[in-house]
Design a protein around this ligand. Sequence first.
Ligand SMILES: NC(=O)c1ccc[n+]([C@@H]2O[C@H](COP(=O)([O-])OP(=O)(O)OC[C@H]3O[C@@H](n4cnc5c(N)ncnc54)[C@H](OP(=O)(O)O)[C@@H]3O)[C@@H](O)[C@H]2O)c1
Length: 291
Amino acid sequence: MTRRRDGIGPDLAGKRLLVTGGGTGIGAATARLAAAEGMRVLVTGRRAEPLDRVVASIREAGGAAASFVGDVAAEGAGEAMLAAMHDAFGGVDAVFANAGYGIETPGMELAMPELRRIFEVNLFAAVDLIRSAGRVMGDAGGAGHLLGCSSILGKFTLPEYGAYSATKAALTHVCRAMRTELRGSGIAVSTVHPVTTRTEFFEVAARASAGDKGGAADPARLRPDGTPRHAPRAFIQSPERVGRAVVRCLRRPRAEVWTTVSGRLAAGVFELVPPIYELMLRSQVHGPGSR
Ligand SMILES: NC(=O)c1ccc[n+]([C@@H]2O[C@H](COP(=O)([O-])OP(=O)(O)OC[C@H]3O[C@@H](n4cnc5c(N)ncnc54)[C@H](OP(=O)(O)O)[C@@H]3O)[C@@H](O)[C@H]2O)c1
């Protein structure tokens, strides 16, 4: 079988990108930056207002954009988003399965419905969309790019982030396997590994964890920019930084998108030298009620 170059090629103009969670944060930044490169973009999310703002800003800048309102974890959501892509732009060239959220809850206190829900949104919905889009791309001739939004916490975890990290690690592995399975088919598969990024993420995590003893609902745990006080400032970045890296990856596919060398190094060192990781973890635990 002849192997092809995987991905959509360096010229993004006119290519069609679906971004879940495209109304805010990393998804919105990626949508705007991709549209500035000439991509036609469909953004999705549960709230119409942020999606409308992103669509309006892209159109005002002369780009092409549309939106789809819905929960990624709803039955048939993957197919429905791809149908919306077809209606808006006649097909799909790339998908960024970016919608997701965090919870900051000690493992012993996490209720099973919460654990199931975060896997439904962060993992199952992302995998369902990626696979459905891969089939559509295959049927259309085989060129495409599938990206899943993982995290630096897909490589290691922190106290209270066990469930979140598990969803991101699982997504990383599924995408990693699919990348090899699809190599040479024309369809590239990548994962994106942001470090702490200034978005709604930590406020949403605080709300999702509210009611848990010692959870992140305490606003004193967040800086005025919405990032957690425990995150080293050197690791904090803008959503545009992630968006630019995703656009570079669309042009020139790579297995994993990282936006800081230090984050990648930390992940590597923690994996290679477990005692260093354990030391770092201990420094994150200051006693009951302190987090
Ligand atoms: N911020 C960070 O430090 C960081 C670090 C590593 C990885 N990440 C990952 O980056 C991705 C984007 O997060 P962000 O930082 O940009 O935070 P964000 O601004 O909260 O973005 C999350 C987006 O996902 C959408 N979403 C959440 N649940 C959804 C659902 N069930 N159905 C449909 N859409 C849903 C939200 O829109 P609606 O609420 O309108 O549905 C929102 O637009 C996430 O996967 C997150 O895990 C973030």
